[in-house]
Design a protein around this ligand. Structure first.
Ligand code: HEM
Length: 489
């Protein structure tokens, strides 16, 4: 591995585009899997239940990993603008991601693994319809992705601590508590996107440790079945990692708003005291909010159920409110010209708010009693992943392409892409909410009524969304190939 430290943005961009294109490529494949599953739930195509659960396993973990890879690439680039980073380390982590994805695909496509990302002990080991090696390939694939993630976290955390003056500096502690002295001395707090990077690295490290701990234990059990594992311990650690990793994809991608919206509005997105404190909330509570996944586990300590509920609110609400408020203020009366990039970044904030509301509702114990494991759950997380995280990633990509080309897409193109991505998206998501509120269970290959009817509507919506996505990709390629004719890019 080259020891050369890279400070110039071309290396940063290389890492970013490699990660982003890989993430979007996996996303595209997983959309096809998702549409097939929804069409099967509608009864339009025949997929046997075993294959359905294998596809669901692949889709769930594949999508989250896709968003994470893209988001980590963006953050890596942002950090590289402030401090030199060794791109060899980024590609080492990337290699682990690819190896992990390949192992997971092998476990699912020829192997038919079907116990989902939760791999709830002892589920993947007893009474399975797939061979034992497929469970091993799944677990090893997961551990490889976790190792890649930990490498990324270690590199970024080390760089941030060195660049911004340790934990005090990167978390802007003096900026908040000794603001006057801090600003009078001419110092500046880290820019907003550095909070996203720091919180991803710190919480990612904690989540990755929990994830690796349990996956290694499961691998040991796979090798020697006489080694027993406590199911509640395993469930806590799996969800600690899974919830944290999935949630962090949002906090990775939102960095695209902090940097991209100012490029569109020609205004700066400054760090403020409320923004720093909001990020402290996310830092502290994202890692313990996962308790809301275990409300139904009677063996769980009762007090942590309340921790789960309170943390769910505190992890999400402050940072959403401060970020979206700041974003809207940036756009307000800025004279910003709408482009595909700015449209995606702005709409992504709406998706984040809507999906986030659905999520905190579900994390509220009296409501969770009704909604637990209904389609309400995929409703809210698809909202903020598809109409939040994905839009932030694509928005950031488009802002880059538009700036490089010195031009934006035509109004008609924007309308067509917007209709596909938002209109199709809404038609895909609403049936999840309605069917969920009606009590249709999630993760059923064959749904009880009225599930199949709503699945049909959702399949049409997802197909429209796919068209919008493909149109956006064509437009992105056109922008990437067009020459910059403007004087000031
Ligand atoms: C048009 C795009 C998409 C389609 C058609 C689609 C379709 C589906 C379907 C049918 C399910 C099963 C729901 C159930 O019955 O429980 C599902 C689950 C899931 N999807 Fe998607 N999805 C899409 C986009 C996404 C995105 C963007 C992400 C994340 C970034 C994502 C992550 C997941 C996850 C984590 C699960 C749950 C897996 C599990 O239950 O273990 N999906 N999706």
């Amino acid at each position: 591995m080259s020891q050369t430290n890279i400070a110039d943005t071309s290396a940063g961009k290389r890492v970013m585009w490699t990660y982003m294109l890989t993430g979007l490529g996996i996303f595209f494949l997983m959309v096809l899997v998702g549409i097939a599953m929804r069409a099967a739930q509608a009864g339009w195509i025949g997929i046997d239940p075993g294959t359905f659960y294998s596809l669901l396993s692949l889709h769930g973990i594949g999508m989250i990993t896709a968003m994470a890879i893209a988001g980590l690439g963006i953050l890596w680039y942002f950090v590289s603008r402030y401090t030199p980073l060794n791109q060899g380390v980024a590609f080492l982590a990337y290699g682990f991601f690819l190896a992990g994805v390949a192992s997971v695909i092998i476990s699912v496509i020829p192997g038919h693994y079907g116990a989902l990302w939760t791999a709830l002990y002892p589920l993947p080991f007893t009474g399975t319809y797939w061979p034992n090696w497929a469970t091993g390939a799944w677990l090893i694939g997961n551990s490889l992705v976790m190792i890649g993630f930990m490498i990324w976290c270690a590199q970024i955390l080390g760089a941030l601590l060195a660049r911004f003056g340790g934990v005090r500096g990167i978390l802007a502690i003096d900026y908040v508590f000794k603001n006057r002295e801090f600003t009078q001395s001419g110092k500046e707090p880290p820019p907003p996107e550095m909070f996203a990077a720091a919180i991803t690295a710190i919480d990612g490290f904690i989540g990755g440790t929990a994830g690796l701990l349990v996956v290694v234990a499961l691998i040991v059990h796979w090798i020697d079945p006489s080694v027993a594992i406590d199911p509640l311990w395993a469930k806590n650690l799996i969800y600690q990692f899974g919830h944290t990793f999935a949630n962090l994809t949002m906090y990775m991608a939102v960095a695209g708003v902090y940097v991209g919206l100012p490029m569109c509005t020609k205004r700066a997105y400054h760090t403020s005291i409320p923004l720093a404190i909001a990020w402290w909330g996310t830092l502290t509570f994202v890692i313990i909010a996962y308790f809301h996944h275990l409300y139904m586990d009677f063996a769980q300590l009762q007090f942590v159920q309340y921790v789960g509920e309170i943390s769910s609110y505190l992890a999400a609400i402050p940072v959403v409110v401060v970020t979206v408020f700041g974003g809207v203020m940036l756009v307000h009366r800025s004279g910003m010209k709408w482009s595909v990039g700015s449209m995606f970044l702005f709409a992504g904030m709406i998706g984040w708010v809507v999906g986030g509301l659905g999520a905190v509702l579900d994390a509220t114990i009296p409501i969770n009693i009704e909604l637990h494991n209904t389609l309400w759950v995929p409703a809210h997380f698809h909202t903020y992943l598809l109409e939040g995280v994905l839009l932030f990633i694509m928005g950031w990509a488009f802002v880059n392409l538009e700036q490089r080309a010195g031009s934006a897409s035509s109004l008609l193109t924007r309308w067509l892409i917007g209709t596909g991505m938002f209109g199709g998206g809404a038609l895909f998501l609403l049936p999840f909410y309605i069917a969920g509120a009606d009590g249709v269970p999630r993760r059923y290959a064959t749904e009880p009524t009225p599930g199949p009817y709503y699945a049909g509507v959702a399949t049409v919506g997802a197909a429209i969304l796919l068209l919008g996505f493909l149109l956006a990709i064509i437009e992105a390629v056109r922008l990437a190939r067009s020459k910059n004719t403007s004087v000031a890019a």
